[in-house]
Design a binder for this molecule. Structure first.
Ligand code: DC
Length: 219
């Protein structure tokens, strides 16, 4: 039987950074489910689908073949055979992903892919509904969070480092809006699984968070 760790939480809590470190230390594969929703969103944008048209999104999602592979420890996402890793981190894709990921038919498709991966390999999987829907029997479930202020500041620093012009206040508003949408949607809203451990990373370093998760897993 494969071993699975589920890490859920809001955007910007540091899930992917932490999940990558934990998976490396344990020799597990890291599965970034947000990247799959982003690849779906890119497909919608390319096909000029309206982000509010759930019917069209549901139908179009059936035409997208999303697969992932791991190359040099990095997850690579393929959309109908094309490596789209470098195209899915834009604000446009983020905004569309937040909308298109509410559509049940689209989610069902990605959830089965995620469940298949986790049954075949030891994985650390991060997302919004991993502990609640995708892997309800995960060996360890973490709900990783941080205050809106701290998350906005982290994103602001990342973007500034990349040389992108940005504004802290609007990043903060954007994060709060996305949280609200992720937490209030009908299908698989972001919520803490009852049997998960809440970790608030606001005042913790990356290594402290990773060490805490590994020690919880070893227990
Ligand atoms: O974690 P992220 O920012 O890459 O996620 C992109 C979008 O996909 C975000 O709006 C939430 C959504 N998502 C989801 O609904 N379920 C998941 N398991 C992962 C991401």
């Amino acid at each position: 039987m494969s071993q699975n760790i589920a890490i859920d939480g809001p955007a910007g809590a540091g899930k992917s950074t932490i999940a990558k470190i934990v998976s490396k230390k344990l020799g597990f594969i890291y599965v970034d489910t947000g990247a799959m929703y982003r690849a779906m969103a890119l497909f919608m944008i390319r096909n000029n689908i309206d982000g509010n048209d759930e019917q069209a999104i549901g139908e179009m999602s059936q035409k997208a073949d999303i697969t992932i592979r791991h190359e040099n420890g990095e997850q690579v996402v393929f959309l109908n055979g094309e490596n789209v890793n470098s195209l899915i981190r834009t604000e446009e894709v983020s905004a569309m992903a937040s909308k298109s990921s509410v559509v049940p038919r689209l989610r069902e498709k990605l959830v089965s892919l995620q469940q298949k991966l986790a049954s075949e390999e030891d994985v650390v999987m991060d997302g919004r509904d991993i502990g609640t829907v995708v892997l309800p029997n995960a060996d360890l479930k973490i709900f990783l969070t941080a205050s809106v202020k701290v998350r906005a500041l982290r994103r602001y620093k990342e973007q500034t480092q990349r040389g992108e012009a940005c504004d802290l206040k609007s990043i903060e508003e954007e994060i709060a809006k996305r949280d609200y949408r992720d937490m209030h949607r009908e299908t698989s809203p972001l919520k803490q699984a009852e049997d998960s451990v809440m970790v608030d990373s606001s005042d913790m370093t990356i290594d402290e968070v990773a060490d805490k998760i590994i020690s919880l897993f070893n227990k």
